[in-house]
Design a protein. Sequence first.
Length: 165
Amino acid sequence: MAPTKPSSPGRPGITRRAAVLSFAAGGSVLALHAASAETLPAPGSLASALAAALLRNQPLVVMASTPGCPFCRLVRDNYLAPMRRDEGLPVLQLDLGSHAGIVDFAGGAATHDEVLRRWRVEVAPTVLFFGRGGREVAPRLVGASADFYGAYLEQRLATARRHLG
């Protein structure tokens, strides 16, 4: 099988067509990319991560994920991780069902799962955008779509950045 070309200039990953074929074929194309899967950091403190993001005039972007989720991998590998790496976008990952400890926006101890349930996140992937005071500053991006996902993400980021000031 021939390698896929980048989905957009400077962003490695599967093409939109390959992603659509992958969805139709039950994720087989995604499985081919598992060996090169990207990762996003899991924060120790949401409050500290938000403060660092705001110092750079950026929203804090948080992806809710689940282990082994092919749609989460699609979003992480082809959109969020490249934006973090190439543009310095402050992006973190929290996992539904995870009992990993975290400090929430108010400074309290919690787990990834507790925080995501407080935020009423029920679907993975869900991408959230936070500004001052830990408030959401753009509509959530719920689920994954092979078409237009990049445009939806850019639109949410633009909205979030406008609401930071």
